[in-house]
Structure formats: structure tokens, C-alpha cells
Design a binder for this molecule. Structure first.
Ligand code: MN
Length: 685
């Protein structure tokens, strides 16, 4: 890029003038002049005039479509720090808001060039606080870092590594959390280049070569998808985006794969006008190709915490390769590129829009915790865990999504839902199964907390496994209070003349009646019943006989009919008795409908309204003589239900859909991994 300041400034104005208004242009022009004068005589390590740096930073920001104040502050972001211009002068010249932003950015740099862990944490803490006050400060800081990373080659090698490390540790996760993927990917790849130069260049060579080889293939696929959209009368843009190098590298490490085994170095995208069309496209794509079950991700109904939305599906192409396809609206697409900045409404000035407000609630939480935690180091360390480890997303029984740090337990969940639930928590069910409170939660888990009004409150032991800062600080606060009360009570007791002995009561443990049921190895979702001939009871040894069409019959190992069954070549599976309640109720749906686009969407809508999860969609075309030449489609899927799910109403609603011909549903228990060796059980996804 041409780095002539006047040229850069012209580009900046041409990119922003249309929406910042005349006043905005004047403000930007004044800020540029002020910065240029202040930086006169200063040079960058690249031997360029210093002013090219703030100009480039502002240009990076202009891609996010921000406001004139932000651009002015970005142009001025180094004047206080590097030229000694007093902040009061900035305030006098440019007003309170611009001065606030410049001051914010300056403060974030105050303790720079000290690489101790402590200092980094302190920087991070400041960044978070600034972010909670005005997100624009952090956006400027991110752009500042991005330009510094782009020009990192001019610094001595040891500084390069140091800065790259810091970028990877702090700025990359920050950009990720704010959903600004374009910045995230570039920061990530630039850091990667300086941190692991050999790996970076090797991978970069391979990717370039492979991309060349695959270009034709991907182009063919794009054409195929375009034709598919046309044939269905859908207005869509189909494109391919090369994935970033570090993303590929991370995948290789995570999945233990060689580069040659990574197929999706290019992500395919279908962009359409509205949300219903997204689901329609999903249905069309999944009907046209074989799709990989369990890889359909609905980030539209369930956006990622950073507000990312899209439908993802992985299909197997004609050549047998899996390919990920992302389906989204233009609005979602813009959000993917600029993240939280998409929620920055220029016209509203300082008023952030509501969606944005609610979504950055975690920031407010951080501020709350800070009040409760005394030492700044502990605060920052804890926050770092919460913010920067990959999060897990779990569900409340009502289907609300709760975001927790990796390794979080039901106790973290309880405190995140409500402090009182944390205090009264006595047990937890995950996916319907009672689990220890120290169990690590996984994304997708449905968590139910069992509370008791008579609970004595959090236990000290919990501190050993809780992961989130909020849970930790609340448990500590509780224990501290308890300790203080106990001490006060003891003092009180000493004062009293008579000391009443506390009445010791045996704790009453309520136990579920032990109900044993048979489990067959490697079998899920099939009806299991006790054979009438031998009617085995626990602890009798048993086996399962796979009947035709009547599920599995459980026979005693000593049943006289068994010999005959085996002789006939009947299929016998190992079985055991268990009282493990790790089973869940599912409903197995088989729907016959007219083969029209959007059926999967219509069906999933019904379930979404009742907050019922559905998965493992299979759709196949069915030619039926009775349908007089019309195509029918046969759709199968599984819904997670429990005994309270209004199944009849759901079926009625489905039957109410015009194109649906027939709905069949059967309820089944699924026993999850309760059989010791679940060999033979299918590994999906
Ligand atoms: Mn700077």
C-alpha cells in the first residue's frame, strides 16, 4: 500500500465521508492536522513519518463503519503519549468525547514495555474496564495493535516475539470475543508468523500449493451450488473463503492430523436475503447431498456468545470429501466481518443499541466481581480464565443458553443462573442423570440444579473445582460470612451462663427406590422387553435376543428356549441389569410429506416453539404410487423429550402442516453408556 500520508488521508475521507456527515468530515480533518503537527519530526522504525501510523489505524477502523469521534480519536491516539501534548488541549480542541477516547487508549499503554506477567494482567484489567465504559477505546486499541503487527518486521527479533506473544494471549481472544473475525484472523496469522516462523512458512507454502490444486475443484462446487439455488428459485450468493493459516494449524494440532488430511481449507458460503431462506437452503443442500449427521449447527436459533449467526452443515461431495457450508443472511455476514461494531449505531451517538447492551452483560458481571474480589491479581487471573479460555455452552431445563468457562461444573452453572441457586445447590442432573457436583460440563449439556431450602450453603470443597470467577468469589464471600457469624456466635455462647447442647439429628437421606432394568450392549433406542417364557429377574444372568420387528427380548441365560434360538441363527447380544438412571426418553419421528423446499425448517419451527431439541435428521425421497406422480419425502429424526413434553400437541401441530401427509412417533428410552463395554454402538459425528 502506498504510505504517503496525504494519499492515505484521501482514502480515509472517501471511505467515511458518505456517512459521517459534514461535521464529521471537519472533525476528522482537524484531528488529522493536529496529529500531523504534533508528530512532526517523529519517525517510525520503518523510517516513515510517524503520522502514517495513526492514519493506518484509522483506516483499519473505517472498515468497521464507526463514527467521526472514533476516527478523530484514532488519529490522535498517540499524541498525548508520544508528543507530550496535554490531554486538556485535546479536550479543548475536540471536546469531551474525543478526549475521553484518547485518554482511554493512552491509559491502556501507560505501563508498556514491561513484560512481567503482573503488568500484562494489569493491562488486561484496564482494557476490560475501559471496554465496559466505552467499547470504542478497545476497538482503537485493537486497530493500533493490528497496524503494529503489520509493521512488526522493523523491530528487533526479541521484541517481535514478545509482542506477538502478547497479541496471541490478549488481543486475539479479545477480537474473538468481540466477534471481529477479520481482525482476529489477521492478528492470529501475524502472531503465528513471528512465534513459530518455521511452521508458519512451511504451512503457508503447502496451503498455497494445495489451494492452487483445489481451486478448480472448489470452483466446480460453487457452480454446482449456484445451479442448485437457481433450480430452486433462490436468490443467493455462493462464494468460497480461504481459511486462515492459524485456524488450519490449530485444527491439525487439535485433531492430530497431517496437513494432507485437512480438507476444508476453504469454507463455502451461501448468503441469502432473510432467515426463512437460510433454513430453506439448508433443507435443499441437505437433501441434495449426503450430509454428516451431528454436524448441522444452528447458530441462528442459538447464536454464539459473540453474536455470531449462521447455519453450518457438512456435506459429502461427489468425490467423497466432507465440505463445510455456511448459510447466512447479509446482515449476519456483516456481523461476522465486523463483530460488535455492527451494533454500533452511528446515528445514536453514545447510545448503544439494546441488543448490544444485553449481549455485553458479561462485562458488567466482570465489574461486579471485581467489587467482591479483593486482590487485583486474583481478579485478573480469574477473569482471564472466564474470558479467554474457550467457553462451553450449556442449557437450562427451559432451554436458555448459559455460557461457562471450559472445565466449569454444575456449581459454576448454579451461581451463573442465580446466587441463591448456588447457595441452595445440593445436587445436579446433567442430561437427566444425577452427577457429582464436580463434573465437568460439556457444550450441549442440559443442566438442572437440585436445590434445597435447608441447604447449609456452599462447601469449602467446592473451591477445588469451580472454574468461574463469579462462583469462586461468591463461595468465598459465603464462607467468610459463615466464619464471622460462627465466631460471633462462639463469643455469644461464652457469655451465656447455660450452654445448651445442640441437638444432633441424623441426616435423612432420601433414596430413590432401586429399580433395575436390563441394558443391552451396543443398542440404543430399541424397545427392550422381558421374555415371557423365562421372565428373568435381577440378579439372574441375562442376554438379549434381537427379534424381528418386536425389539429385543431379555432371556435368562438358562432359558430353555435359548438353545433353539441360537440354533436357528438368532442374534444374541450381551446384556446386564442396571439401576443406573443414565437413560433418557426420546421420541423417534417418521414423517411423510410432500417433497417441497423448507420442510425441515417448518418442522424444526414446531419443535423450537416447544423448546424441544431435535437431531439426526435423515431425509429421503420416496416414490409412492398412490401419490399420483408427486414426489414424497420421508423424514426421520429424533427428539429429546421428557415425561412432561406435550408430545400430543406437537404431533397435532405437525399434522396441521399442509404438506405433511403422515406423522408417526414412538417413544423410546435410550441408555447412555450404561453398558460397561458399549462396543458396537455407533459413533456419530
Ligand atoms: Mn499507536
Amino acid at each position: 500500500m502506498n504510505n504517503d500520508p496525504e494519499e492515505l488521508f484521501r482514502v480515509l475521507l472517501s471511505k467515511t465521508a458518505s456517512y459521517v456527515g459534514e461535521e464529521g468530515v471537519l472533525l476528522i480533518e482537524r484531528a488529522y492536522k493536529f496529529a500531523k503537527d504534533a508528530h512532526t519530526g517523529q519517525m517510525r522504525m520503518s523510517a516513515e513519518g510517524y503520522i502514517s501510523h495513526p492514519l493506518n489505524v484509522t483506516l483499519i477502523l473505517s472498515d468497521l463503519h464507526l463514527d467521526a469521534e472514533t476516527y478523530a480519536a484514532a488519529l490522535l491516539h498517540d499524541v498525548v503519549e508520544d508528543t507530550g501534548a496535554p490531554i486538556e488541549e485535546v479536550r479543548k480542541e475536540f471536546g469531551e468525547n474525543v478526549a475521553f477516547l484518547v485518554n482511554g487508549v493512552t491509559k491502556l499503554k501507560e505501563i508498556k514495555r514491561v513484560s512481567s506477567e503482573e503488568t500484562k494482567l494489569e493491562n488486561l484489567r484496564k482494557m476490560l474496564l475501559a471496554m465496559a465504559q466505552d467499547i470504542r477505546v478497545v476497538l482503537i486499541k485493537l486497530a493500533d495493535r493490528l497496524h503494529n503487527m503489520r509493521t512488526l518486521s522493523y523491530l528487533p527479533p526479541e521484541r517481535q516475539k514478545e509482542i506477538a506473544r502478547e497479541t496471541m494471549d490478549i488481543y486475539v481472544p479479545l477480537a474473538h470475543r468481540l466477534g471481529i473475525y477479520t481482525m482476529k484472523w489477521e492478528l492470529e496469522d501475524l502472531s503465528f508468523r513471528y512465534l513459530e516462523p518455521e511452521k508458519y512458512y512451511e504451512l503457508s507454502r503447502k496451503v498455497t500449493r494445495k489451494r492452487g490444486e483445489r481451486e478448480k475443484y472448489v470452483e466446480g462446487l460453487i457452480e454446482e451450488l449456484k445451479a442448485l439455488m437457481d433450480a430452486n428459485g433462490i436468490k443467493a450468493e455462493v462464494s468460497g473463503r480461504p481459511k486462515n493459516l492459524y485456524g488450519i494449524y490449530r485444527k491439525m494440532i487439535r485433531d492430530g492430523k497431517e496437513f494432507e488430511e485437512i480438507y476444508d481449507i476453504i469454507a463455502l458460503r451461501i448468503i441469502v436475503d432473510d432467515i426463512p431462506t437460510c433454513y430453506q437452503v439448508l433443507g435443499i443442500v441437505n437433501n441434495h447431498y449426503t450430509f454428516v449427521p451431528g454436524r448441522i449447527k444452528d447458530y441462528i436459533a442459538l447464536p454464539k456468545p459473540n453474536m455470531y449467526q449462521s447455519l453450518h452443515t457438512t456435506v459429502i461431495t461427489k468425490s467423497g470429501e466432507p465440505f463445510e457450508i455456511q448459510i447466512r443472511t447479509w446482515e449476519m455476514h456483516r456481523h461476522d466481518e465486523v463483530g460488535i461494531a455492527a451494533h454500533w449505531k452511528y446515528k445514536e451517538g453514545k447510545n448503544l443499541d439494546r441488543d448490544y447492551e444485553t449481549k455485553i452483560n458479561w462485562l458488567r458481571q466482570i465489574l461486579d466481581w471485581q467489587k467482591e474480589i479483593r486482590s487485583s491479581k486474583e481478579f485478573v487471573e480469574r477473569v482471564k480464565v472466564d474470558l479467554f479460555s474457550e467457553e462451553v455452552l450449556v442449557f437450562t431445563p427451559k432451554g436458555d443458553v448459559i455460557e461457562l468457562p471450559q472445565g466449569a461444573t454444575p456449581v459454576d452453572f448454579a451461581f451463573r443462573v442465580h446466587t441463591d441457586i448456588g447457595y441452595q445447590c445440593v445436587g445436579a442432573r446433567v442430561n437427566g442423570v444425577m452427577v457429582p457436583l464436580s463434573t465437568e460440563l460439556k457444550t450441549g449439556d442440559r443442566v438442572e440444579i437440585i436445590t434445597s431450602k435447608t441447604s447449609k450453603g456452599p462447601k469449602r470443597d467446592w473451591l477445588k473445582f469451580v472454574k468461574s470467577a463469579s462462583a469462586r468469589s461468591r463461595i468465598k464471600a459465603f464462607l467468610r460470612k459463615q466464619y464471622e457469624e460462627k465466631k460471633a456466635a462462639e463469643v455469644q455462647l461464652l457469655k451465656e451462663e447455660t450452654i445448651e447442647k445442640p441437638v444432633l439429628r441424623k441426616p435423612q437421606v432420601r433414596r430413590e427406590p432401586e429399580e433395575f432394568f436390563p441394558v443391552v450392549s451396543g443398542v440404543r433406542g430399541v424397545k427392550i422387553s422381558i421374555a415371557k417364557c423365562c421372565e428373568p429377574h435381577p440378579p439372574e444372568e441375562i442376554v438379549g435376543y434381537v427379534t424381528r420387528g418386536r425389539g429385543i427380548k431379555i432371556h435368562s441365560k438358562t432359558c430353555k428356549n435359548l438353545g433353539e434360538i441360537i440354533e436357528r441363527g438368532g442374534k444374541i447380544l450381551p446384556a446386564i441389569w442396571t439401576n443406573d438412571v443414565s437413560r433418557k426418553l426420546i421420541a423417534f419421528f417418521r414423517i411423510t410429506s410432500w417433497d417441497v423446499p423448507g420442510m425441515i425448517y417448518k418442522i424444526s419451527e414446531v419443535f423450537a416453539r416447544s423448546n424441544v431439541n431435535i437431531e439426526n435428521f435423515h431425509a429421503s425421497k420416496k416414490v409412492d404410487k398412490k401419490s399420483h406422480g408427486h414426489n414424497l419425502s420421508y423424514i426421520r429424526f429424533v427428539a429429546d423429550i421428557d415425561t412432561r413434553t406435550p408430545l400430543n400437541e406437537i404431533v397435532k401441530e405437525l399434522e396441521g402442516i399442509q404438506e405433511i401427509v403422515k406423522v408417526r412417533v414412538s417413544k423410546r428410552w435410550i441408555y447412555e453408556d450404561s453398558y460397561p463395554e458399549s462396543e458396537g454402538s455407533k459413533n456419530i459425528g
